[in-house]
Design a protein around this ligand. Structure first.
Ligand SMILES: [Zn+2]
Length: 158
């Protein structure tokens, strides 16, 4: 089943952990509609601009969230968020393009180290209505995850 021109439902629900542990990670009809909106408004425009998008995590059922230690209140569990990368594209550049061209609810440059284009990944969410327009850089400091707002460009982070 296609969610948009280049994205399939299986790409957005695939989880090795779910397969390995026999966890049901099938979204319901309402969640499928939300995944379609996420694809149409975020992933497909990224695909059209940068080429192939590698989705590492999309929808996560509450059971899957619990199994991997992710919050059951995360936007992944509400079918509103995906983690992804584009082959050969600096994640900071990808972040800046989405920030200036699309309307994500929340955009996080996850565990990116400035100067290391392949480090980390992008987390982006989309909601119907007014987006929070929350732009963050996540990084580890003394073993803890910290979030810092990205005011300007991620490509200018040091
Ligand atoms: Zn995420």
């Amino acid at each position: 089943m296609n969610l948009s021109r280049n994205f399939t439902l299986s790409e957005l629900t695939k989880s090795d952990t779910a397969i390995r542990r026999g966890i049901n990670n099938n979204p319901n009809a309402e969640q499928i509609e939300k995944l379609k909106a996420l694809c149409e408004n975020i992933l497909q425009p990224v695909r059209d601009h940068f080429g192939r998008v590698k989705v590492t995590s999309g929808f996560r059922s509450v059971e899957l969230c619990e199994a991997i230690g992710s919050s059951a209140r995360s936007q992944h569990a509400r079918a509103e968020a995906a983690d992804f990368e584009c082959i050969g594209v600096d994640n900071a550049e990808l972040f800046d393009w989405i920030k200036s061209n699309l309307s994500p609810d929340q955009l996080i440059l996850e565990f990116y180290t400035p100067g290391e284009p392949n480090s980390g990944w992008i987390h982006a969410s989309w909601v119907e209505g007014t987006p929070r327009a929350s732009f963050l850089h996540a990084f580890k400091e003394n073993g803890r995850t910290k979030y810092k707002p990205v005011m300007g460009k991620a490509t200018e982070l040091v």
